[in-house]
Each structure stands twice: as C-alpha cells, then as structure tokens.
Design a protein. Structure first.
Length: 181
C-alpha cells in the first residue's frame, strides 16, 4: 500500500486555505479534506509494516505543534508541479518530523533521505502548462505570495493510505494520534 504520515491541519487553517484556493484558476486543487502537512512519505509499504508503524506512533510524546503558514510558492523547478503554502520550520515541527521518520525506520520502512521543507500542497499542475495557465499562476502568485495565516495549534498526526485515481489521490486514514504531551 502507498502510505504517508501527516500533521493534520486545524479547521482554523483549512478554511482560509480553501478560500485562497478559490482564487486559483489553474491546476488541480487539493480538496479541503486532503489538506495536510506531510511528515514522512513512506511510499509502497507492506500492510504489516503499516500496523507496526501505527503501534509505534501511538507513543508519540509530543505536545500540540504551533503551526504557522508563511507564504505561497511553487515547487518543481522550471516546470512547477505544485503550488504550496510553506510552514515555518519551527524546532517543534522539525523535531516531530525527525521523530516520525526515526519511528518509521525502526518499523523497517526504508525511506529516501529528503530535506524537510514543511508545506501544505494547495494545487498540482500537469506536465504541460499553457501560456494562459502560466499567466494565471503568475498573477495569483503576485497577488498572494506573501499571504500568511496566524499561528494555530495542530494536535493530530495521521497515518494515511493513498489511493491514486485519475482525478488525483484519495486519502484513507488508517490511524490517528493526538499530540497531548
């Protein structure tokens, strides 16, 4: 199964992001229910390893995370494939991400070593973007790039299974963990 571990966004963050997405005329918007901040992309894993990981994640000792979304950007280089809202890489968030990664590796899950750039994906772009789409994206970014949201507490980490479809991915929560400290 294709899986990942994410920090779920509080409602006070998801609603403004959805309103922001309404002004975007290009790309496939991420559904409000699918907005999240990925802590560890696990790739294709065995269901037994997912169960082992869930058991290990139940012991996350962290307190809720102060989450601050700080600006809008694109990812993917010269041919952007994502529109994202960056999150401030606070020590608490980086520590949580590192802990989740270590727990996944202890569960026998092999993961690529990637630099952690905390963000929430707002939209995905196809391989080819028309000139009209490029202009629409540039206009959206010039207007909204500095957009930020007030800090909110995020208190739930979820292990998700990702089902790829022709319209994007559907996320199925397998286990949720409250960050209670």
């Amino acid at each position: 199964m294709r899986a990942f571990v994410a920090l779920d966004l509080p409602e006070a963050i998801r609603r403004p992001l959805t309103r922001l997405q309404a002004g975007l005329s290009v790309g496939r918007l991420v559904d409000e229910d699918n907005l999240h901040l990925t802590l560890a992309f696990l790739g294709e894993i065995d269901p037994q390893k997912a169960q082992d990981l869930a058991a290990r994640l139940a012991d996350l000792p962290d307190a809720p995370i102060e989450l601050t979304l700080t600006g809008i950007d694109i990812m993917g280089g010269k041919k952007p494939n994502l529109l994202v809202m960056d999150a401030a890489p606070t020590q608490a968030l980086v520590t949580l991400q590192d802990r989740v990664r270590r727990i996944a590796m202890d569960a026998g899950i092999e993961m690529e070593r990637r630099r952690f750039r905390p963000h929430v994906t707002l939209a995905r772009f196809g391989k080819v973007m028309t000139t009209k789409d490029e202009r629409g994206l540039a206009a959206f970014l010039s207007l909204n790039a500095p957009y930020s949201l007030p800090t909110e507490l995020a208190d739930t980490v979820t292990l998700y299974r990702s089902h790829l479809t022709g319209d994007g991915a559907d996320y199925e929560p397998l286990a949720e963990f409250l960050l209670t400290g």
